[in-house]
Design a binder for this molecule. Structure first.
Ligand code: NAD
Length: 456
């Protein structure tokens, strides 16, 4: 029996489309076809594979506006952000199109012959994505995996599958071999779990919650299946008294409220040195109130709605009546899952400080000195991202080395560049995506020794 899932526009609550959910037999069929396509793909000359990825990038480039508008409708991302996301997919493809011709092995000096290593593709790779950045996160998996000679199946999240489905169509339009890159919409408990249990899916790239990621890792262990995990976060934005406080306060809203706080890298704990805490809050309040929340189709909008009603209820649960609200920004009323930027000043052990809220809610906490800031930043099972604001270079480096987190920025809130590695410490994940080495994580190293006969 075919099941379907309704896709809702979160800014209007209108039904956008109904998407058919793949069943287990559908996954098995997709894997079989991907396996056959992969064998052909791996036999192609490296330059041909590079050209195919460049063609895919060019087709994405020609559809940036269409993809962006689709993301606005499906995910409620502001149009400016959505254009950046679609352009980022093109850039990621373009970047990894250079890899097929550069995946060289090694020649290692040994006695009695020649020793060489090859970077062999894994086969079929299953990419499971969350709903918050559908296109970009899919591309971090599929682009380097394809570049390394693999076939890829992507399972998008149930709430936001539309741009990923469109990317699957654009791959075919660009001339990528049939079945090499397939989008398989469906439930996590059906499609996701079948990716994990299917013996011909050789690696899982999972991005999502730490809870589900833990299950994926346990399931993959049954077959010693390779995994990359990109999981939750509760990142700290550490503001020292010697920083440019005006700039730290003016940019802090964008370090946490971008994508309505539905960002694994959101700096959702702002730690401020006690002697500048009050001044920071004075500067932070107008910055929060200045965030433009509204129709995601409008050019000037900085923050849209939350993704769904269920998610709105989860976020709202963190701000009950009587919550320690310092101040809040604006949000539209009427249809749509709107939630205003919200600033809390709770005690250090409150659940708003320890749990990932994944919405536009930030906690601000005072600290006393550098060691206190580091201890507080590290007092979490997560370790994905973070920012450090200081004009003191030695302190910037000391704190950067001491914070247990995969992606830190000093005097900015940047986390993601396709040319640099991205991923988490502790329960924020396992492995790294992006950067020059990503294709290697979609290969096995094979060592071959060739004996050389002595001349008689
Ligand atoms: P989620 O874990 O609920 O779902 C993620 C994906 O897993 C979805 O496609 C879902 O259908 C699938 N899934 C669900 N159950 C499954 C199962 N049993 N087996 C296999 N797949 C299954 O996460 P979400 O709510 O979509 O996304 C939000 C979470 O993602 C947050 O915790 C956020 O921090 C995290 N995230 C992390 C990163 C990162 O790079 N570290 C990036 C974005 C989001």
């Amino acid at each position: 029996m075919t099941t379907t899932s309704d896709v809702i526009n979160p800014a209007t609550e209108e039904l956008l489309r109904t998407v058919e959910q793949t069943d287990e037999a559908g996954v098995d069929d997709a894997v079989a076809r991907a396996r056959a396509a992969q064998r052909q793909w791996a036999r192609q000359a490296p330059a041909e594979r590079a050209a195919a990825l460049r063609a895919f990038a060019a087709v994405v480039d020609a559809h940036v506006e269409e993809l962006a508008q689709l993301e606005v409708a499906n995910s409620g991302h502001p149009i400016g952000n959505a254009r950046w996301e679609a352009g980022h997919v093109r850039d990621v493809l373009q970047y990894y199109s250079a890899s097929p011709e550069r995946l060289s092995g090694k020649q290692i000096p040994v006695a009695g012959g020649l020793d060489v290593t090859f970077n062999e593709p894994l086969g079929v790779v299953g990419v499971i994505t969350p709903w918050n950045f559908p296109m970009t996160i899919a591309s971090w998996g599929f682009a380097p995996a394809l570049a390394a000679g693999n076939a890829v199946l992507v399972k998008p999240a149930e709430w936001t599958p539309l741009t990923t489905i469109r990317l699957g169509e654009l791959a075919v339009e660009a001339g990528l071999p049939a079945d090499l890159f397939q989008v398989v919409p469906g439930r996590g408990s059906v499609v996701g779990e079948r990716f994990v249990s299917h013996p011909d899916v050789r690696k899982i790239v999972f991005t999502g919650s730490t809870e589900v990621g833990t299950r994926v890792m346990a399931g993959a262990a049954q077959q010693v299946k390779r995994v990359t995990l990109e999981l939750g976060g509760k990142s700290a934005n550490i503001v020292f008294d010697d920083c440019d406080l005006e700039r730290a306060a003016a940019t802090a809203p964008y370090g946490v409220f971008d994508n309505s706080g539905q960002d694994c890298c959101a700096r959702s704990r702002i730690l401020v040195q006690r002697n500048v805490f009050d001044r920071f809050m004075e500067l932070f309040e107008p910055a929060v109130k200045g965030v433009v929340v509204g129709d995601p189709r409008a050019e000037g909008t900085e923050m849209g709605p939350l993704v769904s009603k269920a998610h709105w209820e989860s976020v709202a649960g963190y701000v009950p009546d009587g919550a320690p609200v310092a101040f809040r920004g604006d949000a539209p009323t009427g249809p749509g899952y709107w939630f205003p930027p919200t600033v809390l000043t709770p005690p250090r052990d409150d659940r708003t400080v320890t749990e990932e809220i994944f919405g536009p809610v930030v906690t601000v906490l005072p600290f006393d000195h550098e060691a206190d800031a580091i201890a507080l930043a590290n007092d979490t099972p997560y370790g994905l991202s973070g920012s450090i604001w200081t004009e003191n270079v030695s302190r910037a480096l000391r704190v950067s080395r001491a914070v247990e987190s995969g992606n830190l920025s000093v005097n900015s809130h940047s986390s993601v560049r396709y040319s640099t590695p991205f991923g988490g410490f502790k329960q924020s994940g396992l492995g790294r995506e992006l950067g020059p080495d990503a294709p290697l994580s979609f290969t096995e190293t094979k060592n071959v020794f060739i004996a050389v006969q002595e001349e008689h």
